[in-house]
Design a protein around this ligand. Sequence first.
Ligand SMILES: Nc1ncnc2c1ncn2[C@@H]1O[C@H](COP(=O)(O)OP(=O)(O)OP(=O)(O)O)[C@@H](O)[C@H]1O
Ligand SMILES: [Mg+2]
Length: 248
Amino acid sequence: MSVEARSTEPAALPDRRPVLLSLNDAARVHGEGTAVPVRALNGVSLEVRVGELVAVMGPSGSGKSTLLHLAGGLDTPTSGDVVVDGVSIAGLSVKARAALRRRSVGYVFQDLNLVPALTAAENVMLPRELDGVGTRQARLEAREALREVGVEDLFDRFPEEMSGGQQQRVAIARALVGPRRLVLADEPTGALDSLTGEAIMKVLRARVDEGAAGLLVTHDAQHAAWADRVVFLRDGKMVESAAGSRIS
Ligand SMILES: Nc1ncnc2c1ncn2[C@@H]1O[C@H](COP(=O)(O)OP(=O)(O)OP(=O)(O)O)[C@@H](O)[C@H]1O
Ligand SMILES: [Mg+2]
């Protein structure tokens, strides 16, 4: 009887963590059928699992925000599919997409989108109250989320009374509040100094490690290093995917 030589290389184990977001050949064309259609995203496939933080990099206009809009159900693909938490975005009504977003997605917009007439606390409470959480509970959660990003003292301030970086941190608190498991952040550290930026990356990383999944657009290689993987876009296409050098 012959004894087969066994490889000493450990076999790669299949990743059994659930997939929270998947894009399958997703494309978004603006002005389809017109003389000059814009292919903002051109057939991107990507999976993000629970516990994974994926950074998205690429030049201006390469489709990073478009990718995030699709991932967050703010927009629908013109072809291909986007599945969030097991639900295909393409088949949903506008109302059902909004409900899925509120339930599953925390979004930090590139232009922040804080509601000017609401205080920091009220901005953070808003998505929770829309989801039926009582005011008392929503206030407690808002205080905790603002504390987590280091701006608890801004609780009763309006956006116009805050610096750009402070507004950015409130927007991040709003995306992290509650149990939402897919966190999408479009250059969340753009207006922050490097120390604050690193602190925010730490918060984002911790949330993902606790059982969320994250997609982070950044121009900063140091922030991308917090990710498990970096994908690069150019002209709406994914041109490269590399392992992030994760700092722990
Ligand atoms: N509503 C729209 N109508 C037409 N073209 C659009 C629209 N939104 C985006 N685009 C185009 O799609 C392409 C991708 O835009 P996108 O905002 O995704 O880029 P980006 O990578 O986020 O850039 P930046 O780094 O400047 O934020 C660009 O060429 C942009 O002009
Ligand atoms: Mg953008």
